[in-house]
Design a protein around this ligand. Structure first.
Ligand code: C2E
Ligand code: MG
Ligand code: MG
Ligand code: MG
Length: 279
């Protein structure tokens, strides 16, 4: 009867929730271990400058293959890391890996003029001493600050705009660049934007995906590009998958582009041979 059905529904719901919780506890524990044992790796996705057609930079994306769980997406484990203290160790690991990789590329003679963008989580930039630590890491590895871009999401700015602004200014003073990632998906106040010494806005791929569909996403893309221009910021578009999207972004005056159409994220070894390649 009615009773039995609702009881079943409740217990089904409970066991699904329980499975999710178990999975996230397992991911949390194994991720902690993976970082401690140096078992993460980095991939690098090229960004292309539309004017020159050349690779203008790379975005560093963390990868994790667990012996038992298999390949786990950052879309799953980054939020778990962010809900715990793990994110600090993860960010520090990523930055150290990137700086060491850059100095290797430099020794191979392929790093000239190349920038590497690292994704920061909302709290990273607000950590006291984070930028001093980063400065020391750059000195130690010989990576010039001008080659490193910090990608932060709008979410990092909303809780404490004043403090975020202060840390962004500090990062800029060190010679780093700062880009706002997934722009358009957050809630950053447009009126605050001009007060931040930013270098670029990155149009979220959900908008790029809608180019050519006469939908709101296409209008948002157009609006973000013109906003960036009026603020004198560069604009990067992510998630380009079709020639039509590429052509439209070129027409709109986008500065650089990134996406599966141009290149997937690559292992460090493959990047070395790609640097200098033309679009
Ligand atoms: P994101 O920073 O916006 O990075 C772009 C994501 O879109 C990457 O997914 C990339 O592989 C994917 N992508 C690139 N081009 C295309 C395309 O043409 N089509 C589609 N469908 N996807 C494309 P990934 O590597 O799975 O990373 C997901 C998110 O996880 C990143 O989004 C970023 O927010 C976060 N993340 C990745 N690596 C790190 C890291 O080292 N630290 C932190 N804090 N977050 C990271
Ligand atoms: Mg990013
Ligand atoms: Mg992005
Ligand atoms: Mg994104």
């Amino acid at each position: 009867g009615k009773m039995a059905r609702s009881t079943r529904a409740v217990s089904f719901y409970d066991s699904k929730e329980e499975a999710q919780l178990q999975r996230s506890v397992m991911v949390e524990n194994r991720l902690r271990e993976a970082i401690a044992n140096n078992r993460l790796r980095m991939n690098y996705q090229p960004k292309f400058d539309l004017a020159s057609g050349q690779v203008s930079g790379l975005e560093a994306l963390v990868r994790w293959h667990d012996a038992e769980l298999g390949e786990i997406s950052p879309a799953e484990f980054i939020p778990i890391a962010e809900n715990t203290d793990i994110i600090r160790d993860l960010t520090d690991w990523v930055l150290a890996a990137v700086c060491h990789q850059y100095s290797e590329w430099r020794q191979q003679g392929v790093a000239e003029g190349v920038t590497v963008a690292v994704n920061l989580s909302a709290d990273d930039l607000l950590r006291p001493n984070f930028l001093q630590w980063l400065r020391a890491l750059l000195d130690h590895t010989g990576m010039p600050a001008s080659a490193l871009i910090l990608e932060i999401t709008e979410g990092s700015l909303i809780d404490n705009v004043e403090l975020a602004a202060e840390h962004i200014r500090e990062a800029k003073a060190l010679g780093l660049s700062v880009h706002i990632d997934d722009f358009g998906t957050g809630y950053s106040s447009l009126s605050q934007l001009h007060r931040l010494p930013l270098d670029a806005l990155k149009v979220d791929r959900s908008f790029v995906h809608e180019i050519g569909t006469r939908s709101t996403g296409e209008m948002v893309t157009t609006a973000i590009i013109s906003l960036a221009k009026s603020l004198r910021l560069s604009v990067v578009a992510e998630g380009i998958e079709t020639e039509d999207q590429l052509a439209e972004l070129r027409k709109l005056g986008c500065d650089s582009v990134q996406g599966f159409l141009l290149s997937r994220p690559l292992e460090a070894g493959l990047v070395a041979s790609l640097l200098g390649q033309r679009l």
